[in-house]
Every structure is written in structure tokens, then in C-alpha cells.
Design a binder for this molecule. Structure first.
Ligand code: ATP
Length: 456
């Protein structure tokens, strides 16, 4: 029998792994699915939470000049008039007169006929991307509002609240993670473009004149965030928007793009939005949105630098970049996710060599110790080789095996996912060993109830 050989990643492979191992499922699958909506499974929710935690750690907890908020998804409808979304948040679309498919015309290049069936296309018309909803129990008298298409406006309308309550001075930023909704014309490519998604956005307020310097700062910061979390540099690049591509209020904009299996596509946009948003809200609400600079004794409307990233797109990029098919030393194919330990859904797998009554108490005790610190999985089903493969496929950085020797020498084996190398370590030192690799404070693995493995 010929052995399987490593192949390149395709979207089909990624979608299938995500479903098989519980990262991502199709929404409402038992009813045939809801187009472009996805549910994160037990491993997917861990990955997504880890992506959000890594972002929050880097842009809020490790900076003196940013704070976080969590604004509501539903906002006063006038917010969306002020922001320009009601009038202008649309994409041009055409419908195929033969097959009825809708196409986003700004993504079609020179194509003038239906890419699917070659049929004639209708005249392009703007399609609003806003998802409307109704507040109140009686439809006739209820108020129409929108599911927010971006989290940014929740930050702008709270600018003065945050300023007054934190006494922050410029430059400073407000960060937020939350759901956003867009009635996309052509959702697709798995979780890349969906109608419900999550954003991680920062509005960084600066003194006019210092804006381009801060813009460059944030482009570099955000680019490095992906690299530090393991994305290979050759798969990431910056794409500067040309002047005619820029929104009318933006001074500059650079996209951070990733080389997905379907090509280079935007992960995050960093924009210099000038003072457009604060001015708009000042005009529409009549409230003061300016800032008094007590150093220069000037009053001005701050400029804003906005790094705006997608949680789902980042998670998809981290998965795609981590995926590898490799041959082990026996020439067998293994699928492995080389996820950065900070992102891996499961940090450590506890694998007792067998289900022997002698091994279980020790294995459980070590497991209980470790799970206080990290997400740990206990797996005693099937051969140890198969269990290693299962953990490789979901990106678990370390497996710890307890065997009969452990009962004698109080040592366990740690196996490293990437090198597949194994190392014996004393149980008491396991916490310190893993903490050095996974992050966290070193700790001593406490002795279990039984004294046999303590050696006295
Ligand atoms: P695109 O050009 O791909 O439609 P955009 O430029 O409109 O994206 P922004 O408005 O800048 O996107 O949104 C910021 C980030 O939010 C994007 O970089 C992306 O990561 C994420 N995002 C935007 N729209 C979607 C979507 N429909 N599905 C998933 N993520 C999205």
C-alpha cells in the first residue's frame, strides 16, 4: 500500500478539519444551514477566545495609553446618520438576468457578464449593507434601528465619557471587541466574509499634526502582532491604499493582508480617519466632541487612527498558517497545527499510558494540578501513537504521559508537538517546565493523596 504524501492546504481541507475536530460548524446545519453563518465548536471557541485575549493583552493591558470598553450592539439610529452609514454604506451590485445571482461589481474587474453562467447583468445599483431591526413589541409603532456594521461608532460616542472618567490625556486610545453585522452581497470563503462577525477595533485619538507618525506606529505594531503570534512573514504583507481608493475623509489607509489558500486578502485595515467622526457626531448631536490640551492651552478636535481587525479572519489566518502535513520518522503522514502556544485551544494533553488502576490516580492528580493553570485535556482512548496524532491535529503544544516507570521514579514524559521529541521530567518540576513554554508563573505540582509516587 502506498503511503499518503504531504499536500498543500486547500480550503476544503481546512473546512473539513474544522468540522471533524470541532473548531467550526455550519450554522443551523440540521435545517440545511444558513448561508454564510458559522458556529464555533468546543475547540473553535477556545481559539477565538485566545485570539481576543492576545489582542486585548497587547493593545490594552500592556499599554498605558489605551483603555477598553464594551458598547451595546444596538445604538441610537441617529448614530448611523452621523457616521454616514445610512446614506452611504453600500456596495454596487448587479443581478444576473439569466440565473438571478447577485454580484458585487467593485470586485469584478473588467468582467461585464455573469461569472457563473455568462448571462447579462442588470445595471449596477447600490445595495445597503445595513441590517435593520425593530425595537419594541408592536411593529407599527416600533423604532427602526440597525445591528451595528462596525464597533467603532460605540467608541466615538463614548469619547467624552471615557475622557471624563479616566482623565486620560492625548494621545490615547479606546479599544473594543464585539460583534458586527453586514448584509454582504457575496459572503463566502468560509468564515472570511460573513454577515455576522466579530471585530477588534482601536480608535486612537491624537493631536492633529502628529497623526501620520501615529499611523505609522500602529501599522508596525499591528503587523508585528501577527508575526509574534506565529504567522510566517512571507504570508503577510502591507497594502497601501491609492489616493482614489481612500474614503473621502481618510488621509491614509494600509491593509494588512494574508495569503489565504484563495489568495491575498485583508485581515485588518489601519486608517487615518482625521477628525471626521468626532466632527460628525458633534454636528449631529450638538454635543462638544473637542479636547482641551492643557499643555499647549489649545482646544481642538482630535484626529483618529483606527486599526480595525476581524476576529474570525485572524482565527482563520492563524489556522491556515499553522496547518502542515508532514512525514514522521517512520514515513507516516501526520497533520499538525503548529499554532502558537498562546493560541492553541488545548495547551497540554494528559495521556496515561493505559487505563490501569495503578496509573489512573497519578494521571488524574497531575491532570487536576495542570488544569488549574491551563486548558488541559485528559485522553486515555486508543494507542498512545493515535493520541499523539489527535493532539497534533488540533495543535496541542505538549503531551504528558504517565507510565509505570512514573510510579517508581516520580517522572513523566513530555512530548513536544513540533519536534516530536520527548523528555523525562520530575513531576514536581512539570509546572515550571510547562510554564516556561506556555507562559504563566512556574508552580510545583502538588503531591497526590497516595504517597507511593512521592517516594516515602
Ligand atoms: P472588505 O473590503 O473585505 O469588505 P472592509 O475594508 O469593508 O473589508 P473594514 O470595514 O475595514 O472592512 O472592517 C475591518 C475588519 O473587519 C476587516 O479587516 C475584516 O477583518 C473584518 N470584516 C469586515 N467585514 C467582514 C465580514 N463580512 N466578515 C468577516 N470579517 C469582516
Amino acid at each position: 500500500m502506498t503511503k499518503a504524501m504531504p499536500e498543500k492546504l486547500t480550503m476544503e481541507k481546512l473546512v473539513s478539519l474544522c468540522k471533524r475536530r470541532g473548531f467550526i460548524f455550519q450554522s443551523s446545519e440540521i435545517y440545511g444551514g444558513l448561508a454564510s453563518c458559522w458556529d464555533y465548536g468546543p475547540l473553535g471557541v477556545e481559539l477565538k477566545n485566545n485570539v481576543k485575549a492576545a489582542w486585548w493583552q497587547s493593545v490594552v493591558r500592556q499599554r498605558d495609553d489605551t483603555v477598553g470598553i464594551d458598547a451595546s450592539i444596538l445604538m441610537h439610529p441617529r448614530v448611523w446618520e452621523a457616521s454616514g452609514h445610512v446614506a452611504g454604506f453600500s456596495d454596487p451590485f448587479s443581478t444576473c438576468l439569466a440565473c438571478g445571482r447577485n454580484w458585487r461589481m467593485d470586485q469584478m474587474g473588467e468582467t461585464v457578464r455573469c461569472p457563473e453562467c455568462g448571462g447579462e447583468l442588470s445595471e449596477p445599483a447600490p445595495a445597503s449593507l445595513m441590517l435593520e431591526t425593530f425595537l419594541g413589541p408592536v411593529r407599527a409603532t416600533s423604532q427602526i434601528t440597525y445591528l451595528r456594521p462596525e464597533t467603532a461608532q460605540g467608541i466615538f460616542v463614548n469619547f467624552q465619557n471615557v475622557l471624563n472618567s479616566t482623565r486620560k490625556k492625548l494621545p490615547f486610545g479606546i479599544a473594543q471587541i464585539g460583534k458586527a453585522f453586514r448584509n454582504e452581497i457575496t459572503p463566502g470563503n468560509f468564515t472570511f466574509r460573513t454577515r455576522e462577525f466579530e471585530q477588534m477595533e482601536i480608535e486612537y485619538f491624537v493631536k492633529p499634526g502628529t497623526d501620520e507618525q501615529w499611523f505609522n506606529h500602529w501599522v508596525t505594531e499591528r503587523f508585528n502582532w501577527y508575526i509574534n503570534l506565529g504567522i510566517r512573514e512571507e504570508n503577510l504583507h502591507l497594502r497601501e491604499h491609492s489616493k482614489d481608493e481612500l474614503a473621502h475623509y481618510a488621509r491614509s489607509c494600509t491593509d494588512i493582508e494574508y495569503l489565504f489558500p484563495f489568495g491575498w486578502s485583508e485581515l485588518e485595515g489601519v486608517a487615518n480617519r482625521t477628525d471626521f467622526d468626532l466632527r460628525q457626531h458633534a454636528n449631529h448631536s450638538g454635543e462638544n466632541m473637542s479636547y482641551f490640551d492643557d499643555q499647549s492651552q489649545e482646544r481642538y478636535t482630535p484626529y483618529v487612527i483606527e486599526p480595525s481587525a476581524g476576529v474570525d479572519r485572524s482565527a482563520l489566518a492563524f489556522l491556515a498558517d499553522a496547518y502542515a502535513e508532514e512525514l514522521d520518522d517512520k514515513g507516516d503522514l501526520r497533520v499538525v497545527l503548529h499554532l502558537h502556544p498562546a493560541l492553541a485551544p488545548i495547551k497540554v494533553a494528559m495521556l496515561p499510558l493505559s487505563r490501569s488502576e495503578k496509573l489512573v490516580p497519578l494521571a488524574k492528580e497531575v491532570y487536576e494540578n495542570l488544569r488549574r493553570h491551563w486548558m488541559v485535556q485528559y485522553d486515555d482512548a486508543q494507542s498512545i501513537g493515535r493520541r499523539y496524532r489527535r493532539q497534533d491535529e488540533i495543535g496541542t503544544p505538549f503531551c504528558v504521559t504517565v507510565d509505570f516507570q512514573s510510579l517508581e521514579d516520580n517522572q513523566v514524559t513530555i512530548r513536544d508537538r513540533d519536534s516530536m521529541r520527548q523528555m523525562r521530567v520530575p513531576i514536581a518540576g512539570l509546572g515550571a517546565c510547562l510554564a516556561a513554554k506556555l507562559g504563566g508563573e512556574p508552580f510545583e505540582v502538588l503531591p497526590p493523596g497516595g504517597a507511593y509516587w512521592l517516594g516515602f
